[in-house]
Write a protein that binds this ligand. Structure first.
Ligand code: PLP
Length: 448
C-alpha cells in the first residue's frame, strides 16, 4: 500500500451522495432506500476497502479493468511527471504529443501484423462510436456508400452512448432512448448454456454462424458494412463461444467482403491470456476497440486499432475524417497507459494468465460443479461465470419462476468480502491479472 490513510466522514459522504450525485447504471430508488452508495475509499493489490472499513476481494477488477491491480505507485509517478511536463495537448490540427505517439507504436506492436494504426478516445463507448463512423466513412471512400448496416449479437455490450447502445444487444437498454438507431441488426449470441443447451457444440456453432449469414443475405451483402462482436461477451454474462465459432464468422465476413470488428474493451490486455482476445481465436479483425486494461483503469483512455488497408484508403482518398474528441490522445492518460503496458510486460502477466492463473481459476471454479444450485462453470483466462439453476442438470433459472437468484448470491458474496457481479442468474468474475492462487481460492470459496 503506497498512499497514506486518510480518514473520511462516511456518513457525510453518503448524505452528499444522496443529495447531489446520480451514480451511473443505477436504480436511483434503490440507492435512496439504501441511504446512499457504498463509498469505496481505497484499494491495494486485489482488495478494495469501503468507508465502513470492509476489506473486499475485488473479483471484478473494478469494472473489468484494473488488470495490474491497485496501488501501483509507478502509474501515479508516470501521471505526475507527464503533468509537470505537458499535462494536456490535443491531437487536432496536425499535432501530437510524445506519449501519444509512443503509445500508438506500442499498441501497434502488440496488435501485430495488419493492425498498424490506432485512433484514441477516452472510453470504450467512444471507441465504438469511432468504429461506427470510421467504418461508414471507409465504405463511402471505397465507393460503396450503401454499406451502412452493422450486424451485432443479442446481449452484446458495446457501451452507453447512442451508437454503443445501438450496436449492443441489450433489449432493456434499447427501451430507454428508443434505440437502436437505424442500420443495426442483431443475431443470436453464441451461448452454449443458453440458446445451445443440450445441443451438439459443433451443430450449435454452425447454427449460430448460419444465422449471421442468413442475416447478411436478408439485408443484402451490398448493404452490410461490418460485423461486430466481443471475442468473449463480458457484460452479457461471460459468453464463451463454441470452438471454431470465430474462424467461421471471419470466413463469412470475408465471403461477403464485410469488415470484422472485435470489441476488445474487456478481452484486451491479457484477460484471455493473449494481448488481445482475437489472438486467442486466431482471427484477423479489420478494426478492434480497446479501453479498460489499456490503462488498467487508472486514467480514462481508449483506442481503435485499424488495419493497414483502411489506413491506405484514408491516405489515398484524403479529406478530413471529421471525428475526434478533446481528449483524443491525452498525453497524461497515454503516459499512464504506456507504463501500464510496461508493467504487464515486465511481470509477464499475459503468460501467467494463460499458463498459470487462468487454468487455476478454471479448476477452482470446476469444484463448484457438484453444488446442487450450479448448472455450469466456465472461464477463459481470468474471466469466468457460475450459472445458478433451479434444477440440477437443466438450464432452468430461478428468474424463470421466482425472481433472479444472481443478485441474492452477489449480495451474500459482498457481505462475505467478495465483489462479484450478477448477470441474470449467473455470477461472473474477472479479477486483476495479478491475482494469486490463494486469492482465487478465496474468491471461489466465498461463492461456494
Ligand atoms: N465494450 C465492452 C465490451 C464493454 O465491456 C464496455 C464496458 O463495460 C464498453 C464497450 C463500454 O466502455 P465504457 O464504459 O468505457 O464506455
Amino acid at each position: 500500500m503506497n498512499a497514506p490513510i486518510r480518514n473520511h466522514d462516511v456518513a457525510e459522504l453518503k448524505r452528499l451522495d444522496l443529495a447531489h450525485h446520480l451514480p451511473a447504471q443505477a436504480d436511483h430508488k434503490v440507492i435512496a432506500e439504501l441511504g446512499g452508495s457504498r463509498i469505496v475509499t481505497r484499494a491495494d493489490g486485489c482488495y478494495i476497502t469501503d468507508g465502513d472499513g470492509h476489506r473486499i476481494l475485488d473479483g471484478m477488477a473494478g469494472l473489468w479493468c484494473v488488470n495490474v491491480g491497485y496501488g501501483r505507485k509507478e502509474l501515479a509517478d508516470a501521471a505526475y511527471e507527464q503533468m509537470l511536463e505537458l499535462p494536456y495537448y490535443n491531437t487536432f490540427f496536425k499535432t501530437a504529443t510524445p506519449p501519444t505517439v509512443k503509445l500508438a507504436a506500442k499498441i501497434a506492436e502488440k496488435m501485430g501484423g495488419h493492425l498498424t494504426h490506432v485512433f484514441f478516445n477516452s472510453s470504450g463507448s467512444e471507441a465504438n462510436d469511432t468504429v461506427f463512423r470510421l467504418v461508414r466513412h471507409y465504405w463511402k471512400l471505397k465507393g460503396q456508400p450503401n454499406r451502412t448496416v452493422f450486424i451485432s449479437r443479442w446481449n452484446a455490450y458495446h457501451g452507453s452512448t447512442v451508437a454503443g447502445v445501438s450496436l449492443g444487444g441489450m433489449k432493456h437498454m434499447h427501451v430507454q432512448g428508443d434505440l437502436p438507431i437505424p442500420g443495426v441488426e442483431h443475431v443470436m449470441q453464441p451461448y452454449p448454456f443458453g440458446e445451445g443447451f443440450g445441443e451438439d457444440p459443433a451443430a450449435f456453432r454452425d447454427r449460430a454462424v448460419k444465422e449471421i449469414e442468413d442475416k447478411i443475405l436478408e439485408v443484402g451483402p451490398e448493404n452490410v458494412a461490418a460485423f461486430i462482436g466481443e471475442p468473449v461477451q463480458g457484460a452479457g454474462g461471460v459468453i464463451i463461444p463454441p470452438d471454431g465459432y470465430w474462424p467461421a464468422v471471419e470466413a463469412v465476413c470475408r465471403k461477403y467482403g464485410i469488415l470484422l470488428v472485435c470489441d476488445e474493451v474487456i478481452c484486451g490486455f491479457g484477460r484471455l491470456g493473449q494481448w488481445f482476445g482475437h489472438q486467442h481465436y486466431g482471427i484477423k479483425p479489420d478494426l478492434i476497440a480497446m479501453a479498460k486494461g489499456l490503462s488498467s483503469g487508472y486514467l480514462p483512455i481508449s483506442a481503435v486499432g485499424v488495419a493497414d488497408h483502411i489506413v491506405a484508403e484514408l491516405r489515398e482518398k484524403g479529406g478530413d475524417f471529421i471525428h475526434g474528441f478533446t481528449y483524443s490522445g491525452h498525453p497524461t492518460c497515454a503516459a499512464v497507459a504506456l507504463k501500464n503496458i510496461e508493467i504487464i510486460e515486465r511481470e509477464d502477466l499475459i503468460t501467467r494468465t494463460r499458463e498459470d492463473t487462468g487454468p487455476y481459476l478454471a479448476k477452482a471454479l470446476a469444484r463448484l460443479n457438484d453444488h446442487p444450485l450450479v448448472g455450469e462453470t466456465r472461464s477463459l483466462g481470468l474471466i469466468g461465470a457460475v450459472e445458478i439453476v433451479r434444477e440440477k442438470g437443466t438450464n432452468h433459472r430461478f428468474l424463470d419462476k421466482e425472481g433472479e437468484a444472481g443478485p441474492i448470491v452477489r449480495d451474500i458474496c459482498i457481505r462475505n468480502g467478495l465483489m462479484v457481479r450478477a448477470i441474470r442468474d449467473s455470477i461472473v468474475c474477472c479479477p486483476p491479472l495479478i491475482v494469486s492462487h490463494a486469492e482465487i481460492d478465496e474468491l471461489v470459496g466465498i461463492i461456494e
